[in-house]
Design a binder for this molecule. Structure first.
Ligand SMILES: Cc1ncc(COP(=O)(O)O)c(C=O)c1O
Length: 326
């Protein structure tokens, strides 16, 4: 199908490589497992968010914006990618981060500070009102003849979703024969983009999401909302059933940004067998989901599975004290 993309600015190193995880596949004696290196989309801009930001920034420029305003938890990968790319584009960024200012800025937060982002720390109660606060900031900027462009958490809104629709096309062009594609699910935008892309480009692979918080019911609902919003905003609506939204539940551990022995073991395993560095908040949980489901026999030996490495290395580096002795 000819898909009419909205405007996009090339910011990421694309296409990202697809590599076979030989040792892991051999150890598990199950399907052949491959990895798409979206952790290599950039350096300070690495990870999944820069794909979404390619479309977001194009839209912000259409709106003549001079300031990007976004939100997330205190060590948000998305906020960091936004802050870095704002600088590259000659824009300012305002980050509303849930959490307290730490005594030392680590990981993503360090990079936010390094590029000079305007960081505002929000209490949990304030964070509940984050979109109101963003709207207030936009009005304040307007009084000063400046144009603020609000980006929802994770750039998960119809414009940002295009990033992973395009990634689905990229995968189809690189290797159309995957049986399953597996991705972590945080705000749900990456999953929704791949799911829509599967429909638009007629990908054979089923799209599986491993939720890093909440549960399957929550995400089936949330991803349906995201797809419906996208369907209303663009001219090529997809038809689908909710049952096609495949969530692998049970690997979120104690919840968002919490991790323990299970995730640490997976991080060590991938580092020591494949030289792949996962993060504890998203990709380790998703990889654990994949490994455990392979052991349970969800995927068979003849299948070919693609794991999307969505990045997060700076998140890992912000949590080294919790990783224990290596
Ligand atoms: C490294 C990483 N992986 C996965 C995700 C999840 O992506 P999404 O929010 O689009 O579901 C995020 C962000 O939330 C992330 O930073």
């Amino acid at each position: 199908m000819k898909v009419e993309y909205p405007k996009r600015i090339s910011l990421a190193n694309l296409p990202t490589r697809i590599e076979e995880l030989n040792s892991l596949s051999k150890t598990l004696q199950g399907p052949s497992i491959w990895i798409k290196r979206d952790d290599l989309t950039g350096c300070a801009t690495s990870g999944n968010k820069i794909r979404k930001l390619e479309f977001v920034i194009a839209d912000a420029l259409e709106h003549k914006a001079d300031t990007l305003i976004t939100c997330g938890w205190v060590n948000s990968n998305h906020a960091r990618a936004t802050a870095v790319i704002a600088k590259k584009m000659g824009m300012k960024s305002i980050l509303l981060l849930r959490g307290e200012k730490p005594s030392v800025m680590h990981g993503n937060l360090f990079l936010d500070g390094l590029v000079g982002a305007d960081i505002r720390y929000l209490s949990p109660a304030e964070y509940e009102r984050r979109y109101e606060i963003i709207a207030e900031i936009v009005s304040e900027l307007k009084k000063k003849n400046r144009v603020g462009y609000p980006i929802p958490a994770g750039a998960t809104y119809p414009v940002g979703i295009w990033g992973y629709i395009k990634a689905a096309e990229e995968i189809k062009n690189q290797s159309p024969d995957f049986d399953a594609i597996l991705v972590p699910v945080g705000t749900g935008g990456t999953y929704a983009g791949l799911f829509i892309g599967k429909k638009l480009f007629d990908l054979k692979a089923e799209i599986y999401g491993v939720n890093v918080e909440e549960d399957e019911d929550y995400y089936r609902e949330r991803i349906t909302e995201i797809i419906e919003e996208w369907n209303k905003s663009f001219h090529q609506p997809i038809s689908y059933s909710r049952e096609e939204i495949r969530i692998i539940d049970g690997y979120q551990g104690k919840g968002y940004s919490q991790f323990g022995r299970n995730e640490i073991e997976v991080i060590k395993l991938l580092a020591r067998t494949e030289g792949i560095i996962l993060d504890p908040v998203y990709t380790a949980k998703a990889m654990r989901g994949l490994i455990e489901e392979v052991k349970k026999g969800r995927f068979n030996r003849n299948e070919k599975i693609l794991f999307i490495h969505t990045g997060g290395i700076f998140g890992l580096l912000s949590r080294v004290e919790e990783m224990g002795n290596l």
